[in-house]
Ligand binder design. Structure first.
Ligand code: NAI
Ligand code: MG
Length: 365
């Protein structure tokens, strides 16, 4: 049977950008005979409006039974006054938690045509293509004890950085697997100089390395890593790091490449019975209420998220490259959505106009 995809468009510009992804999925079915069983369901405010909850149990069950979930975005000011337990974001959190998506992949990829958008000098970022793997379900955001406690005559705020060997091992394995399908180079970042969790992190990553001898592994203190990312980002390929450092380093790396409308992501969990990792793919951006319904949204972040699904869930790396190359070609021709405008005198295309251009480039590929 065909590989299966559950599409959850969500709220705001989510459905607008996801419509373009659906056209591309259809293109692969018709032109490359790469067929998927696609189903669509509600998440976020859209699910709340229909069912009174931001993710229905049936939808959760479907997500657990497909090869990959593609999510648009959730949230809208319309739901600001809702109780926290039914807020749109809770739908997304439930998916991440129940699918146990512990490995968050954030690429920082710079298309040459957009190198002027970077906060850095053009030559530092042109052709940049790195991947940050952030541990997503443990570490200081979850460790106990946590809280604000009384201590003597003042209060103390406490969080605990805590990693078990198995938590480090599974995210390390996920990063080595990625390195194997990329350029076989992995840099692990922690602060083993001052943190116990960092010492254990380095030890476990080194141990897992024995199973991936082809990968060139290096270790770097995370503060130096932040500096190196900005000084000379092209020295990296895959970076693996914990939840806190990954949060900061991935936001930093994102700004190396420009617009929010260009940034995809993937969240992976443990391998399923068929060997594929449990996986959800989504753009980094949110539901963009300020431009919803105006046909202005850039669909590229969501389309690149599907390219990641092709590469990391469906073992179709060559087809993922075909899609990325088509996007590169369209950008090189000067096609721009409004968020990518820099040059004078360029008229922006609409969301579907960008979809048309990418489909035309795929036809020409
Ligand atoms: P946002 O990412 O939705 O928008 C930030 C700015 O970037 C806006 O000016 C928006 O117009 C622009 N933008 C974002 N994506 C774009 C695209 N594809 N093309 C062109 N321009 C784009 O973040 P914001 O405004 O902080 O949050 C809006 C809503 O989205 C909130 O309800 C928030 O909770 C939710 N949100 C959801 C996320 C998710 O579903 N993963 C992530 C971040 C925010
Ligand atoms: Mg962040």
């Amino acid at each position: 049977s065909n590989p299966s995809i559950l599409i959850l468009p969500g709220d705001g510009i989510g459905p607008e950008v996801m419509t373009q992804v659906t056209r591309i999925i259809d293109w692969y079915g018709n032109k490359r005979d790469l067929k998927f069983d696609v189903s669509t369901d509600l998440v976020g405010g859209a699910a709340y409006d229909a069912h009174g909850v931001p993710l229905h149990d049936d939808t959760m069950a479907k997500a657990m039974n497909v090869d990959a979930v593609l999510l648009g975005a959730v949230g809208s000011p319309k739901y600001d006054d809702l109780d926290f337990s039914v807020k749109p974001e809770r739908g997304l959190l439930r998916l991440r938690k129940e699918m146990d998506l512990f490995s968050n992949l954030r690429p920082a990829q710079c298309f040459d045509a957009l190198a002027d958008f970077s906060s850095l000098k053009k030559e530092l970022v042109a052709g940049l293509d790195i991947m940050i793997v952030r541990e997503l379900t443990s570490g200081v955001y979850f460790g106990e004890p946590r809280g604000i406690f009384n201590e003597g005559n003042e209060r103390v705020g406490i969080n605990t950085q805590r990693y078990t060997e198995s938590e480090i091992e599974r995210v390390a394995r996920s990063a080595f697997e990625l390195a194997m399908v990329r350029s076989k180079k992995l840099c692990s970042m922690e602060k083993a100089n001052v943190m116990e969790s960092g010492i254990l992190w380095r030890e476990v990553v080194t141990r897992v390395h024995a199973d991936y001898p082809e990968v060139e592994l290096s270790h770097m203190y995370a503060d130096n890593g932040a500096m190196q990312l900005v000084r000379a980002p092209k020295q990296f390929d895959v970076i693996v790091t914990d939840n806190l450092f990954g949060d900061i380093l991935s936001d930093c790396a994102a700004m190396l490449t420009g617009s929010l409308g260009m940034l995809p992501s993937a969240s992976l969990g443990a391998p399923m019975d068929n060997g594929r990792p449990r996986a959800m793919y989504e753009p980094v951006h949110g539901s963009a209420p300020d431009i919803t319904g105006q046909a202005k949204a850039n669909p590229i972040a969501c389309i690149l998220s599907f390219a990641m699904a092709l590469r990391y869930s469906f073992n179709e790396g060559a087809e993922a490259t075909r899609l990325e190359t088509a996007i590169e070609a369209v950008l090189a021709e000067g096609v721009r959505t409004a968020d990518l405008l820099g040059e004078e005198g360029v008229t922006p295309v609409t969301t579907s106009g960008m979809g048309d251009a990418i489909l035309a480039a795929l036809d020409a590929s």
